[in-house]
Unconditional design. Structure first.
Length: 100
């Protein structure tokens, strides 16, 4: 049974924003989240776990991107999350350097 057209996104720009946010933005959030964890906890354990949980988180973020009403809003949320996790990476590297 095909989808009802009234529930599909009509604007091509919104559709493009949702698709790119799902693929690219979700990937950036997933990787930055795991790297932020790795900068505060045991790096080897987190990076090994990332091989599995990274894909699960990425798929969940893809689904969230397609459920959102606005593609630009979800891009803003994903960029904000990536910046927050990047700040945590920076702070983790400052307070827990690899070479002690």
């Amino acid at each position: 049974m095909p989808a009802n057209p009234k529930y599909l996104t009509q604007s091509k720009w919104q559709r493009f924003a949702k698709i790119t946010a799902a693929i690219i933005g979700g990937y950036f959030v997933s990787v930055s989240f795991h790297l932020a964890l790795a900068s505060w906890f045991k790096r080897a354990n987190i990076l090994m776990t990332m091989a599995f949980s990274g894909f699960i988180l990425w798929v969940a973020l893809m689904i969230i991107a397609f459920l959102a009403k606005s593609g630009l809003k979800i891009w803003g949320i994903y960029i904000l999350l990536t910046l927050v996790f990047s700040l945590l990476i920076y702070l983790g590297q400052t307070y827990n350097p690899i070479a002690k």
